[in-house]
Write a protein that binds this ligand. Structure first.
Ligand SMILES: [Zn+2]
Length: 328
């Protein structure tokens, strides 16, 4: 690839070319689970997947100008093939950091020099190529951005970002609060008491013919309407992965058992069952199994339950199901 000419200002992706969106393998807050290695967790950044790793693939570039806090193996000797970089930022972004992981070792001279001399490393500096991933050709830059609130979804700050892949809500299921089996099955879904709504949903972000991964969605929410009048009778709080929740809540927001086994790994096993009712009506950042849709708050009758999901470009996808409430 020739780099004699680069359109600065037209993009800030941390991967060549900076002025094009790149396919995402795993999104911020996405459910991740590698049984036998780690328990379930929320992915703390994005994976930008590439077809070719080092030595032939594209270069990872710094997204912003920052101080080099840390480089794994900055020297020319690499005891591991893998290197990594952490940048920190001053000024108005003081306290924020970026992490670039799974880089081929060693990093470039400008990175090493900026680290040793404690000088700023400019935005758009070539850092390294992506290391060859041992599983399923999942060669990727793992990119994290942290602010004072914790890890945040990095894609929200990347441009260009004209995402044409809308989120998809594939299915909606109804269980008793806390249950992992479909307690209120179709064809006539008849619910009572405190109910959990489980939505199977996913997104795709900037896919290519060779990189077509299912990611998590950015936001998801349920809403209930009276089927006769059309009036909305209940709007659940929006679960928002812009700030990535603490991983202790992973199995509160994602079902991992019974009829709803969420899965996500490097090799394309990607199913996400969101429990859209496990969020506090008063505090959308508070998640617990005790929360539910309390159907006793509504008259018996016919209702429409809708689950809507959004991506970082404000595209939305939705699915709706007709249910009967029978508490009396
Ligand atoms: Zn990752």
């Amino acid at each position: 690839m020739t780099l004699g000419f680069r359109m600065w200002g037209c993009g800030n992706w941390p991967m060549e070319p900076v002025d094009e969106a790149h396919p995402i393998g795993n999104s911020g807050g996405e459910f991740q689970y590698y049984p036998g290695y780690w328990g379930p967790y929320f992915h703390t950044g994005i994976d930008i997947v590439v077809d070719n790793p080092a030595p032939s693939g594209p270069y990872v570039l710094t997204k912003d100008t920052g101080k080099v806090d840390n480089v794994t193996y900055p020297g020319p000797d690499c005891p591991s093939n893998e290197s990594g970089l952490q940048l920190s930022f001053g000024g108005p972004n003081n306290g924020t950091t970026q992490v670039y992981a799974h880089l081929n070792c060693p990093v470039t001279d400008p990175v090493r020099t900026a680290f040793v001399n404690r000088t700023d490393l400019p935005a758009g500096t070539e850092v390294a190529q992506v290391i060859e991933w041992p599983e399923c050709d999942y060669h990727h830059l793992h990119f994290e951005t942290w602010d004072m609130s914790g890890a945040v979804e990095p894609v929200l700050k990347l441009f260009p970002r004209h995402d044409k892949d809308f989120p998809v809500v594939e299915n909606i299921s109804f269980t008793q609060n806390g249950s992992t089996i479909e307690d209120f099955p179709p064809p006539v879904v008849t619910v009572k008491g405190k109910v959990d709504i489980v939505a199977q949903a996913y997104d795709r972000q900037f896919v290519t013919p060779t990189q077509n991964h299912k990611t998590g969605v950015l936001k998801i929410r349920y809403q209930v309407s009276d089927a006769t009048t059309g009036n909305v009778v209940k709007t659940g709080k929006t679960i928002d992965f812009s700030t990535i929740p603490d991983s202790s809540k992973t199995t509160v927001l994602f079902r991992t058992a019974g009829d709803f086994v969420s899965s996500s790994d490097y090799c394309g096993d990607e199913r996400y069952y969101y429990v859209v009712t496990n969020v506090d009506d008063n505090n959308p950042a508070n998640f617990a199994e005790e929360f539910a849709w309390d159907t006793t708050k509504h008259r018996d009758g016919d209702y429409r339950v809708e689950v809507r999901a959004w991506d970082a470009s404000s595209n939305a996808g939705l699915k709706a199901k007709r249910v009967k409430i029978r508490n009396n």
